[in-house]
Design a protein around this ligand. Sequence first.
Ligand SMILES: NC(=O)C1=CN([C@@H]2O[C@H](COP(=O)(O)OP(=O)(O)OC[C@H]3O[C@@H](n4cnc5c(N)ncnc54)[C@H](OP(=O)(O)O)[C@@H]3O)[C@@H](O)[C@H]2O)[C@@H](O)CC1
Ligand SMILES: Nc1ncnc2c1ncn2[C@@H]1O[C@H](COP(=O)(O)OP(=O)(O)O)[C@@H](O)[C@H]1O
Ligand SMILES: [K+]
Length: 504
Amino acid sequence: MKILSAAQTRDADAYTIAQEPISSLDLMERAATALVQWLEQHFQRERPFYIFCGPGNNGGDGLAAARLLHQRAYDVYVFLTGPEQKRSADFTQNLERLPEEISQANLQSPEDFPALSTQAVVLDALFGSRLTRPLEGIYAQLVAHLNSGSATVVAVDIPSGLFADEPTPPGSQVVQAAYTVSFEQPKLAFLLPASGTYVGEWQVVPIGLHPGFLQQVPSPYALVTLHKIKQLLRPRLKFSHKGTFGHALLIGGSYGKMGAATLAAQAALRAGLGLLTVQVPQAGYSILQTAVPEAMALIDAHEFHFSTFPSDLKKYDCLGIGPGLGQAEESRVAMEQLFRNPLPPLVLDADALNLLAADRMLLTNLPADSILTPHPKEFERLVGPAKNDFHRLQLLHSFCREHQCFVVLKGAHTCIGTPSGEFYFNSTGNAGMATGGTGDVLTGILTGLRAQGYSALETCLLGVYLHGLAGDVAAEKEGQISLIASDLYRYLGAAFQRVLQQEK
Ligand SMILES: NC(=O)C1=CN([C@@H]2O[C@H](COP(=O)(O)OP(=O)(O)OC[C@H]3O[C@@H](n4cnc5c(N)ncnc54)[C@H](OP(=O)(O)O)[C@@H]3O)[C@@H](O)[C@H]2O)[C@@H](O)CC1
Ligand SMILES: Nc1ncnc2c1ncn2[C@@H]1O[C@H](COP(=O)(O)OP(=O)(O)O)[C@@H](O)[C@H]1O
Ligand SMILES: [K+]
């Protein structure tokens, strides 16, 4: 699913109005109807709705929703803000359509703000995607009032005060929503950590924007959906054998961090890999053979960490390196030697990335189409600090282009950066996965998929999505709090099943 800018969203509205054709007022009615359907599914009629409307079309949505909720027997209270001369045409029409029985108040100063009980549902329809500057004055005071209460806040389209596709200046007043119901497409701000925290649980509702427009409008940003993943996954054919599914080499583990290598190894195997060899230091031999009997062991010359690169690299279909590796000087030298050889497709994580960051020569020798999986701190070590989340995306773009590599920038909505400049945001996963070792599992999954012959991009899309989906299935069964990294490979099979069983 493409992610559009605020300007493109406006163009999509305008195109739909002209080409469907449909009046702007009717399109607003469609949006409000979709919103109210969602509200009805989530809130009982005992809960009163306090609807705060700004002067633009976002406020118009709020007014239309007020009328529709009233028709559906909800208690509704409407609060208007902003100067009359700013009111949009559709706002004015919806104000005229508002039944007299609905109580209306104009908010001129903080004394007019209503008290909000825990029972109340606040509908934030102050500003939508055409916010032009940070909120000030009465708007900022109202947002502070809404945020200080205990009512459930539902933002219409986007939390008011938040910019959809550029940084919101630090210190701005922004509605802190519990839920955001957004029209047709999520906004980029929902997917980035600093702005995403205001959005709460978000849901996209379709409002019938013109499919032709959505298809042709160019956007570098996409949200990866199940539909896309289902298309990528290859079937396992009847007469296939273990050689069909590739042979991967994983290098990882050091004294005290052997678990990282075994987690990655288990995950690589569960990703459908044919054969797996794991290189560990001597101290890891019995640990590996006990924890992962399916894997073959290659033993490093060093007792405690990586020091020798394997000589017969040609026989592997993918090399995954990094989980638990450590950053010993000998390991850095071994990496350098490794990089002087022709290499199979690479997946680099954790300490392999830290070694790369410490030794820029390694970076210049990075083979094209390598996959790097940093979390934001590791990414910062590689490229330097980012001023904000949007700047980080620019850095990601330049890095992937310069090194012709794929970067899996991990987070709540992991972002895959590509050499061609597209960004793919993941839609699976949950906060239960914020626990040690889950990144090692991802490295294993990616290594296992890449060795099976998936392209670097396919590997990233499939691996990141399935890793998150395994986390979602695990959270359904075990809860988020108790989720641990090994649950991710234990539920990876169930995640594959969910994708395969999804209707096309
Ligand atoms: N038919 C359609 O198009 C559909 C549209 N839809 C809905 O419309 C929403 C977009 O509506 P919109 O374009 O009217 O913009 P919106 O965000 O309500 O605000 C603009 C107004 O606010 C003002 N303003 C801005 N920033 C300000 C600030 N900081 N402080 C104070 N004022 C500020 C700005 O005026 P300015 O002062 O900048 O001249 C202008 O008056 C969209 O999110 C969706 O909910 C859906 O119904 C689907 C169909
Ligand atoms: N709040 C969250 N929601 C979804 N996924 C998350 C969240 N927090 C972490 N993750 C995922 O968990 C993994 C953590 O990786 P990483 O930070 O490398 O951990 P480790 O180094 O302990 O293995 C990443 O794939 C990341 O996307
Ligand atoms: K809003």
